[in-house]
Design a protein around this ligand. Structure first.
Ligand code: DX5
Ligand code: ZN
Length: 220
């Protein structure tokens, strides 16, 4: 599978989100990553379905919605209706995970499951058959601009082995602290989608240049 780059608009200028999304699309992004936070599961508040609907109007790229929220079942349908192409929920908030993944599946979007940095990977053994995407957090969720947790590389490799064995079509996305230095090792360990917020929108080089650098790093 080709490695894909998913700029996270969390690091974009919210006063010009349309411009940021267009720049990402023109710069070669494969997906637009949208970080939804509720102030409960994570200590930050960000965007709701209205922002997904607004993004939908300015790009044809798939919208990759990452729900860092409690009670995701209350919002999955609204995000799908707003135009999400994929919805990723966190394992840590879902005691009824099978029901939740089925709910996401029934909306017709791609089904993703996210795991925090130290959440046991065991759940994937049973959950992978229901998934199109595994999102491995490589920082603690809640904020952009944090440092990649080194131990994540070993986890990526373990997920890669499970994925190859149980669900070869499922993609492995890494999220947090991805930039020029970490993209290559993450891909070498087994990642197929690189989420990058501050690296892409943080002001060092243009959006297009940074996406190209991430791709080059991913290619080794
Ligand atoms: C963190 C979010 C990330 C964040 C990544 O909770 O899930 O998607 O935007 O930001 P960077 O790339 O700056 O670490
Ligand atoms: Zn994210």
């Amino acid at each position: 599978m080709n490695v894909q780059v998913a700029p996270s608009i969390l690091a974009a200028d919210f006063a010009d989100l349309g411009g940021a999304i267009r720049a990402a699309e023109a710069g070669g992004a494969d997906l637009i990553h949208i970080d939804v936070m509720d102030g409960h599961f994570v200590p930050n508040l960000t965007m709701g379905p209205v922002v997904v609907a607004a993004a939908r109007r300015v790009t044809t790229l798939p919208l990759d919605v990452h729900l860092m929220i409690e009670r995701p079942e209350a919002f999955v349908d609204a995000f799908a209706e707003a135009g999400a192409d994929g919805i990723t929920v966190h394992a840590e908030v879902a005691p009824h995970l099978h029901r939740l993944l089925q709910q996401v599946r029934e909306t017709g979007v791609r089904v993703g499951l996210a795991l925090n940095p130290l959440t046991p990977l065991d759940v994937l053994q049973d959950a992978l058959p229901y998934l199109d995407l595994v999102l491995l957090m490589t920082v603690n969720p809640g904020f952009g601009g944090q440092t990649f947790i080194e131990g994540s590389l070993e986890r990526i490799a373990r997920v890669r082995r499970l994925r190859d064995e149980l669900r070869p079509d499922c993609r492995i996305e890494v999220d947090g602290g991805i930039g020029r230095a970490t993209a290559g090792p993450a891909v070498a360990a087994g990642a197929d989608i690189l989420v990058a917020g501050s690296a892409v929108f943080g002001g060092h080089g243009s959006v297009a240049e940074t996406i190209a650098e991430l791709r080059a790093a991913a290619a080794g």
